[in-house]
Design a protein around this ligand. Structure first.
Ligand SMILES: [Zn+2]
Length: 145
């Protein structure tokens, strides 16, 4: 498992936070403003979303800024709920559901996940198996890369 996938997993938002993401503007937010907008700890920006691959910009002083609209797109691509068959996963590179093959089952801390190589692009795809999921997140989901 890539660490990036673990960061993506940590960055999951709850229902009301996701609704607030939808209301973000096409403008740059400081982590503090961003955290206040969606109701998260501002540190989550640099500790979770940036390492998870979230689009961001830095000024000369290395301050991080997040564009609200870009974040919304990125979040939806990485966390969108998808209904998948047992042997399917979603490849973010190919932007389509692919069949799992030569799948490895992995465990890292509380996280259980499958990993395999995408049959189309060959990149590593990860599908989380998450037993402790909040009610509004119960649909099968997956994240990758
Ligand atoms: Zn692929």
């Amino acid at each position: 498992m890539t660490d990036q996938a673990e960061y993506i997993h940590q960055g999951r938002l709850n229902g009301s936070q996701r609704n607030k993401v939808k209301g973000l503007f096409d403008m740059l937010y400081t982590p503090k403003e961003f955290g206040e907008e969606i109701g998260i700890n501002p540190d989550q920006v640099s500790r979770v979303y940036v390492p998870a691959g979230c689009p961001h910009t830095k000024d000369k002083q290395n301050h991080i800024f997040i564009n609200g609209k870009e974040f919304k797109t990125w979040y939806e691509e990485n966390y969108q709920k998808r209904i998948l068959e047992k042997d399917q996963a979603y490849c973010v590179s190919c932007k389509q559901i692919v069949k799992m093959s030569n799948t490895e089952r992995n465990q890292k801390g509380n996280l259980t996940y499958y990993s395999f190589s995408c049959p189309i692009c060959g990149r590593k795809v990860i599908r989380f198996i998450d037993a402790k999921r909040k009610k509004d997140d119960q649909q099968k989901e997956l994240e990758t890369h």
